[in-house]
Design a binder for this molecule. Structure first.
Ligand code: 7RM
Length: 635
């Protein structure tokens, strides 16, 4: 296998430059050397940026699951593919070998076919983080059905909207799910959702909690008896390179969720290549990504990327705080995890707790630790580096999106010197650019702009399901000829990128263009502050002023709040400038967040403006109750 793995920084630049000079040759070689194909491609890439039309490896025939499982069987049949770590630490972990995974996926694939699912049909998967989730996803891909995984925490209305949008024929769910000391009634939520979903003919139900649920005659069936009857091998569907693989909904700040469509060959090549390089994965490593499979990070870096590399990947059902704040670190020790990949929101919430929770566990197995989902603030970066990485495991701060399919900007461990809060450099094959307001590319270093990508890459989404026009408008029209990410970034004196957040979050105060991330960073450096979010609100004199929502650490909660307000503003003043001082500060116990830890700033903006009328779709919030508290405490 060869993925152009580079050994040192000099080599990185050499490979990078080559990949830019001859991108087709670059991807051709990666695709050629690392996968099994039924048939090779005629052309590596054809595209039209204006029309947002991209074809990778056209003419090729392939099945991604054969590449994830079957081709490993000869050499790795008895190797563990999946380690399942249950919510309850007293329940035994499961080790599923590649051979066992082959058998389980084959049976599931046979069940799906028997139940009438064919290539191109959409299947909604609404399951907790249990092995069946992985098995069902892979079974869909094996038979060419398009999976649409919906995070098992979304409400009935969110589930229904996603089922209706892509016309799912089947839903696969469970009798319930565990999350810390709670159980969730997934089947009940599906029943509620399906009242408005005429396209769904069948519901298959996995057993997990043994909850007493209702089964609707003629529609619902228990999964296990069907699996018991199925044979343990299966002939995979032969897929065209550009056949759809999955749809994954991303909420976006406004409007209805976008069903991002990913296709087969390009996504396969890209997730495999990025996984291998960014996590420096070696044969006997144990890799753990704490994301949910209902999120793109779980698709690309719990399932496809690791399995394509024949890796051992951990699936964790629980949450970081159950049964105590040491759970992540206990699991790392228990399974001797070598690569650990999580989100800044998890890091910050654990950094709020006593570091004895970390230091009492043995983390010496770790080699590389990663971060994804938001800008990681300086304080959290150092905490992660000191307490988890022990200053020896490099942090890979990985920037990417549901739309990009895989990681785009990230350090390569042991190659790229890391720098706190910087995602650093693009992977070979990726061409980021910064654009100014006049839509010109900004050359040189020490500059700030809108982050675009100026050449296609294999992992990119191909369209929004059912709405190609919206795809074109959202991503390919703001900067003609380029993919617009929606994020702002700065490039430092050596060319390292730092993502500063969504460009919609920028606030203009007295004519100054302020990114929210650097101000939040400064606030978070205050010893009493755990986390913060700032938004703009209309102001008679300055046009806009800044409103800060701040979560205090336990120690900070005892302090005099007027003094804290003064100190925080003095700190901002000296670190950024008086222009960035906050007009209003509200101390809150939490911030409205999506499941993947992103703050829903739209809600905070409305509250800051004093408009409590229409918060838009809040069904994907992890903690909807916090909205009420924040409304009531408005200053
Ligand atoms: C993987 C994922 C995408 C948005 C993206 C950014 C933000 C993600 C980082 C980051 C700074 C990072 N997909 N984002 N990673 N910002 N540094 N390392 O999160 O579609 O759910 O979100 O997340 O704004 O555009 S996503």
């Amino acid at each position: 296998m060869s993925y152009y793995q580079v050994k040192n920084f000099e080599e990185y630049f050499k490979h990078y430059n080559k990949s830019i000079r001859e991108p087709r040759k670059f991807w051709d070689k990666i695709a050629d050397e690392n996968f099994t194909w039924y048939q090779q491609w005629d052309k590596v890439l054809e595209f039209d940026m204006q029309e947002a039309d991209f074809k990778w490896f056209s003419g090729a025939k392939v099945n991604i699951v054969k590449n994830c499982i079957d081709r490993h069987l000869a050499k790795r049949g008895n190797k563990t593919a999946i380690i399942f770590e249950p919510n309850n630490p007293d329940e035994e972990a499961q080790h599923i070998t590649y051979t066992q995974l082959y058998e389980r996926v084959s049976k599931m694939a046979n069940v799906l076919r028997e139940q009438g699912i064919k290539k191109g049909d959409r299947v909604c998967i609404y399951l907790p983080m249990i092995p069946e989730l992985a098995v069902v996803v892979l079974a869909c891909a094996r038979i060419g059905a398009i999976h649409s995984v919906v995070f098992a925490g979304f409400s009935a209305s969110a589930v229904a909207a996603r089922i209706i949008d892509c016309g799912c024929k089947m839903v696969i769910t469970s009798d319930g799910g565990y999350r810390g000391n709670k159980t969730i009634d997934l089947k009940g939520i599906v029943d509620e959702a399906l009242k408005t979903c005429p396209t769904v003919e069948k519901v298959l139900v996995a057993k997990r909690t043994n909850a007493d649920i209702k089964m609707q005659e003629g529609r619902d069936q228990w999964l296990q008896p069907l699996l018991d009857e199925a044979v343990a091998n299966n002939v995979a569907e032969i897929m065209d390179a550009e056949d759809p693989l999955f749809i994954l909904y991303t909420s976006g700040s406004t409007g209805k969720p976008k069903g991002m469509l990913h296709t087969t060959a390009g996504y396969m090549v890209y997730t495999a290549y990025t996984f291998k390089n960014i996590f420096a994965y070696e044969e006997n490593d144990v890799y753990w990504c704490t994301a949910d499979i209902g999120w793109i990070t779980g698709h690309s870096y719990i399932l496809y990327g690791p399995l394509l590399n024949g890796a051992t990947t951990v699936i964790f059902e629980g949450i970081p705080s159950y049964p105590d704040f040491g759970r992540f670190w206990e699991v790392i020790d228990k399974h001797k995890v070598t690569q650990f990949y999580t989100a800044p929101t998890a890091i910050r919430s654990l950094a709020k707790e006593d570091w004895k929770w970390v230091d009492k566990h043995d983390l010496t197995s770790l080699k590389v630790i990663g971060s994804v989902g938001e800008p990681i603030n300086e304080e959290a970066w150092h905490w992660y580096n000191d307490h988890v990485g022990k200053k020896k495991s490099p942090i890979v701060d990985t920037w990417w999106q549901t739309e990009t399919g895989g990681i785009m900007i990230s350090p390569l461990p042991f190659v790229t010197p890391t720098k706190p809060t910087y995602a650093t450099l693009p992977l070979p094959g990726i061409q980021p650019v910064l654009m100014d307001e006049l839509r010109n590319e900004i050359e040189g270093n020490q500059v700030v702009g809108s982050l675009c990508i100026k050449f296609p890459w294999p992992g990119m989404a191909r369209t929004i399901w059912g709405d190609h026009q919206r795809f074109k408008e959202t991503y390919f029209s703001a900067y003609p000829g380029k993919y617009f990410t929606g994020d702002g970034a700065l490039r430092d004196e050596v060319g390292y990128y730092r993502i500063t957040g969504r460009v919609d979050d920028v606030v203009i105060v007295s004519g100054h263009n302020l990114g929210t991330a650097p101000i939040e960073d400064a606030i978070n450096e205050h010893p009493s502050v755990a986390e913060s979010a700032i938004v703009g609100f209309p102001h008679d004199v300055k046009g806009n002023a800044l409103y800060g929502f701040i979560i205090l650490k336990e120690a900070g909660a005892w302090r005099n709040q007027d003094n804290l307000v003064k100190e925080i503003n003095e700190h901002i003043s000296s670190h950024i400038g008086p222009i960035a001082k906050l007009d209003k500060i509200q101390f809150v116990s939490g911030l409205p967040k999506t499941r993947s830890g992103k703050i829903m700033r739209r809600i905070l903006r409305k509250i800051a403006e004093g408009d409590f009328s229409n918060f838009g779709d809040t069904s994907t919030l992890l903690n909807p109750e916090i909205v009420e508290e924040i409304k009531n405490g408005k200053v």
